[in-house]
Design a protein around this ligand. Structure first.
Ligand code: ASP
Length: 451
């Protein structure tokens, strides 16, 4: 496979993103997106909407079976069952630590810029808060009363719990469970192939998703909220390029430049879907095949991180809290900000990585520290774009911690990590059918039928 060909999917996805931004901007800035018009009805909310939604559905379709089978394989292939506890403990501690650092940094930066001071409180979008589940309920809900129901709803923590328990029980059953383990391994491989198939259409889907998002965004609002937006984006970038990379280097010794190069694809998926959950298949593939993290670690850390780790979202909460407190002239004080940090970290545990969930968490934080929840209306207009950016930071945090934990357990293949081309996906390769293998499979199926 030539070098140029191997590059193609990543390059195409990035190209899709850039073209999507350009087309979206043209539509938005020329006013072609006027409601009810041809472009708005048939292109933006027709073609782009349908292609984008179909793609996000396809990604979501992969999540539950992929997490389930890869976790079973992960547990069975772990070698030492005590490692499971260590991986769980380490990843939980790192996820919480990075989230706490993220929000503390955000508050410090936002406070030192004094954003929101002197702004008026008029907001044209009404926002009424929704409830985040209380921590006690989050703990109870980790254990599913009905695993099929948890799978049907895509509830990640109970699915993780059940899959781990199935894996452990298979280990306890021992050799008799071998057939089942092998079946799960094959199922996992099939799911991974499916990820490749879905990813092969990503360039077009990413284009549609981003073109639609940019075309419909209130870009005019960006200027009026320039202070909020620039401090937020700045804090997100500092977290991604400085904090996370220091964590990676200090705790694992791995090369941050290589990480940043290979994580780009995952970030584009997170950016266009605004959902850590929908990005799980891509994160999982990248972490295992491009970074060399063993499935026994990645199968746990990736879905776990998509659910409980939200550094980018925490940063938004920190910046938004300072911004709205300043707009309303409320002094939160050190105790208030400490409460914000604690609440955000706790809220991130119980909320899934889906679009817009950050705002729900924010309303919970606001209620706790006595800020007016309707103040969130002020930042609502730019939140979709901010959601896209912070989700890219969220998934980068998931991948960072996966690498750190795997390295510390001796479950990271550094040769794969340091190879810039490892696991690179090529569109043709993704959907390549080996005709000899195809014929062999057909023969095998035929002979079982004939028996
Ligand atoms: N969309 C984010 C995620 O999926 C959550 C949020 O900040 O709203 O990670």
């Amino acid at each position: 496979m030539s070098e140029e060909k191997k590059m193609s999917l990543t390059v195409k996805v990035l190209l899709g993103m850039v073209l999507g931004i350009i087309v979206g901007l043209v539509i938005n800035l020329t006013g072609m997106n006027s409601p009810g018009g041809f472009i708005d009805t048939y292109i933006v909310n027709g073609l782009f909407h349908v292609i984008g939604k179909m793609f996000v559905n396809a990604l979501k379709m992969l999540v539950v079976p992929l997490v389930f089978f890869s976790l079973i394989c992960g547990v069975c292939g772990i070698g030492d069952i005590r490692m499971l506890g260590r991986v769980g403990g380490k990843s939980f501690a790192l996820y919480m630590m990075t989230t706490a650092i993220a929000i503390a940094t955000a508050i410090l930066i936002a406070a030192s810029f004094g954003i929101g001071k002197g702004m008026d409180q008029v907001s044209d979008s009404a926002f009424s808060g929704k409830e985040s589940p209380p921590l006690t309920q989050v703990l109870i809900d980790i254990i599913p009363t009905n695993p099929i129901n948890a799978m049907a709803n895509g509830d990640m923590l109970p699915i993780i719990f059940f899959a781990i328990l199935v894996g452990i029980s298979m280990l306890l059953v021992g050799t008799k469970a071998r057939g089942f383990v092998e079946g799960a391994e094959v199922a996992n491989e099939i799911m991974m192939k499916m990820v490749n198939i879905v990813m092969s259409v990503a360039p077009y889907a990413v284009f549609a998703l981003i073109a639609k998002a940019v075309a419909t965004l209130g870009l005019g609002l960006l200027a009026s909220l320039a202070g909020y937006v620039s401090v937020l984006v700045g804090a997100l970038m500092i977290h991604l390029f400085v904090t996370l990379m220091i964590v990676l280097k200090v705790f694992s010794g791995l090369n941050p430049a290589m990480f940043l190069k290979k994580i780009r694809n995952v970030q584009v998926f997170a950016f266009s879907t605004a959902s850590s959950n929908a990005t799980i298949p891509v994160t999982m593939r990248t972490v295992t095949e491009r970074f060399g993290v063993n499935n026994s670690v990645a199968s746990f850390t990736v879905p776990f991180g998509a659910t409980i780790n939200m550094d980018g979202t925490a940063i938004m909460q920190g910046v938004a809290t300072v911004f709205i407190a300043n707009v309303y002239g409320v002094e939160l004080g050190v105790a208030g900000y400490l409460t914000v940090i604690l609440m955000s970290v706790l809220a991130s545990i119980g909320t899934a990585g889906v679009p817009g969930v950050g705002l729900i968490m924010l309303s919970m934080v606001f209620t706790q520290v006595g800020l007016p929840v309707e103040g969130i209306g002020l930042v609502l207009g730019v939140d979709r774009l901010m959601d896209m950016i912070r989700t890219a930071v969220n998934v980068s945090g998931d991948a960072t911690v996966s690498c750190v934990v795997a390295k510390s357990e001796g479950k990271l293949d550094t040769a794969v990590y340091n190879d810039p081309d490892a696991g690179m996906l090529d569109t043709d390769e993704a959907i390549h059918i080996d005709s000899a293998a195809e014929a062999e499979l057909a023969r095998a199926v035929q002979s079982t039928h004939d028996k």
